[in-house]
Design a protein around this ligand. Structure first.
Ligand code: ADP
Length: 594
């Protein structure tokens, strides 16, 4: 009996092994040239009949927290549809494209005939029934301002519904570098930094050419530190005083860094909070179409389109509009632009695809007032292929310079964002390199503000690295003698240089250590549309004005959809502060309104 059993067992084992070898796995890594994100490694496992058994994304070097959804959804769809030609995830085009390319390369490299697996399967979505929901507060948009508003409304006792048109939370906020300008006036650190809430106010006001509303600016700077404390109370982790830096165009070292890369930490925190409460219903893939008003003209809900195309009516006591900006809407930005005069498709954007100005259109129908819509912020820091902020090797302002195709510095790299961008447009092909040394990346394995290491960026062809400046110049394709002379001259103004303490010929006054510690790094950048600073007019309680200067009752707005805070030029590091401060105010106002 024992013998028979062991023979059966052996046979069973052999069969399992035979079945296992019938599945074959194919792996490929595609580099960042596809989609402009870091390298992605994909494994596709085929059954012996050629159908897909499994797909895994083994490695994705895009910013963690941003690429999670496509890394989960695309492999699942490929298995379910037995096709490697599945729909991309909206708002995550670059990662999606890299995963699709990875799956294709894996099979092709393995000599598999992919004709059948490239067939696009028709996805039939059954339309769900129309529905009507009730809430105290409905929030439109699950970006930084929207989720801060939703959580604060809940903390003030409200039952909240958040609608988000994209398949994920985060909006544009999650793509930001993560820096938040904030001053704790009472702290010794502020004194040490020669900083104060008043100085933050003055720089914000003058940095926007005195166009911002002083009351709104005061609200921003006075509540920014509390905002950080509030995120901490929700469990968010921040780096300490040592990591406080001057963000590009931030004009002062007052930017605090979250512990997680980019702005992913906010959403990690916010979504964990939302998961734990029954009082916030977060509806993804749900697009607000219209804000409802009652007979008195007060906001009383919204109409939205659900994931399957069904109509969702949400009745609520109050509405918070937190739909972000319109940098991705070329027609709208061209119609409003009062600064640049050429914001057509040729100028890329740092923004996510959902930044199309839906809030502007919905608010216009209610007769809302808009301010400074022509003020559109560009950055000189876009990826040359995609316009995105990621891939930027810089850390803070004091350790890096900008160099044009001729290998020369051309402007004040510690200046305002509009000035830096104008300077860049005047260079050959509006193209420049950010150059720095190993003070920033002692080993090359340290990360930038987006969770990417310098070595990864070099590997992916998004940056170059060399032991000497001559070699660096060669890799950049700029004249070596110019680069060497430029950096020699720059170093004179740096700490320990013979002109330390003086401003240079471009008016730059902020200098860190010399750029003399190889290996050296350089990464290319171009102008990119970043932030629409104009928007709907609000008061300090985030109430929305109509064109007659009256308040539209029960309607609130926060974040990039609002205008009049940043004036003609927003300080780097003030946008995330804006989402937290005004998001919280809007949430509280909306929860407490009658
Ligand atoms: P902010 O920084 O002001 O919070 P974000 O861009 O981070 O702006 O977030 C705005 C969010 O609003 C994005 O996630 C965007 O997809 C979402 N959104 C925009 N229009 C709509 C709409 N019509 N319905 C639902 N969500 C929307």
């Amino acid at each position: 009996m024992k013998k028979i059993l062991s023979v059966i067992l052996a046979l069973a084992l052999m069969m399992t092994a035979a079945m296992a070898v019938a599945d074959t796995s194919y792996t490929a890594t595609v580099d960042s040239q596809i989609g402009g994100v870091g390298a992605v490694t994909v494994t596709v496992t085929l059954k012996d009949d050629g159908s897909i058994a499994a797909v895994t994304v083994d490695e994705c070097k895009d910013t963690p927290g941003i690429c999670d959804l496509p890394c989960e959804k695309l492999p699942a769809d490929m298995v379910a549809m037995n096709s490697i030609n599945v729909d991309i995830v909206a708002g995550a085009t670059m990662t999606s494209d890299a995963i699709l390319a990875g799956a294709k390369a894996a099979l092709e490299n393995g000599g598999v005939d992919i004709t059948a697996l490239m067939e696009k399967k028709e996805v039939v979505v059954e339309k769900a029934a129309d529905e009507t929901l009730e809430a105290d507060v409905v929030v439109i948009g699950a970006g930084g301002a929207g989720l801060a508003a939703a959580i604060t409304a809940e903390q003030n006792g409200a039952k909240v519904i958040v609608v988000e048109k994209m398949p994920k939370v985060g909006g544009n906020t999650i793509l930001a570098g993560g820096a938040v300008n904030a001053v704790d006036d009472r702290s010794e650190f502020a004194i040490k930094q020669n900083d104060s809430v008043q100085w933050h106010f003055e720089q914000t006001y003058s940095g926007g050419d005195y166009q911002g509303d002083p009351e709104l600016i005061l609200t921003l700077v006075q509540n920014a530190w509390d905002g950080i404390e509030w995120t901490k109370s929700l469990g968010m982790e921040w780096l300490g005083e040592d990591a406080v830096f001057t963000v590009s165009g931030g004009l002062w070292p007052r930017a605090w860094k979250p512990a997680m890369p980019a702005a992913t930490g906010f959403f990690d925190t916010y979504t964990k909070y939302i998961e734990k409460t029954d009082a916030i219903n977060l509806m993804l893939n749900t697009k607000a179409e219209k804000i409802l008003t009652n007979a008195d003209g007060a906001a009383c809900g919204i109409i939205a389109t659900g994931e399957t195309g069904n109509t969702i009516t949400i009745n609520a006591k109050s509405v918070v509009v937190a739909t972000g900006g319109f940098s991705k809407n070329v027609a709208l930005r061209q119609a409003y632009d009062a600064i640049w005069g050429m914001l057509d498709e040729s100028v890329m954007s740092t923004n996510h695809e959902g930044a199309t100005g839906d809030g502007v259109k919905m608010l216009q129908l209610l007769g809302a007032d808009f301010v400074q819509m022509g003020n559109i912020q560009l950055l000189p820091l876009g990826d040359p292929k995609t316009g995105s902020l990621s891939g930027n090797i810089e850390h803070g302002v004091d350790t890096r310079i900008f160099v044009n195709k001729e290998g020369l510095r051309y402007g004040n790299e510690a200046g305002r964002r509009d000035d830096m961008t104008r300077d860049l447009f005047a260079q050959t092909d509006a193209y420049m390199w950010i150059v720095m040394d190993s003070d920033t990346y002692p080993t090359g394995d340290e990360v930038n503000n987006f969770g990417e290491t310098a070595n990864q960026l070099v590997e992916a062809g998004r940056a170059v690295k060399a032991d000497t400046l001559e070699e660096l110049a060669e890799k950049m394709g700029v004249p070596a003698e110019n680069l060497v002379a430029t950096i020699d001259e720059y170093n004179k103004y740096c700490i320990g240089g013979e002109l330390e303490g003086q401003a240079d010929q471009f008016g730059r006054a902020l200098f860190g250590p010399k750029i003399d510690n190889g290996p050296f790094y350089a990464g290319p950048r171009v102008p990119t549309v970043h932030h629409t600073m104009g928007g709907v007019r609000i008061d300090t309680q985030c109430r929305v004005y109509n064109e007659n200067g009256e308040i539209i009752e029960n309607l609130y707005a926060a974040g990039e959809v609002t205008g009049g805070i940043h004036g003609s030029n927003r300080l780097g590091g003030n946008a995330l502060a804006d989402t937290i401060v005004f998001g919280r105010i809007a949430g509280e106002s909306a929860a407490l309104c009658k």
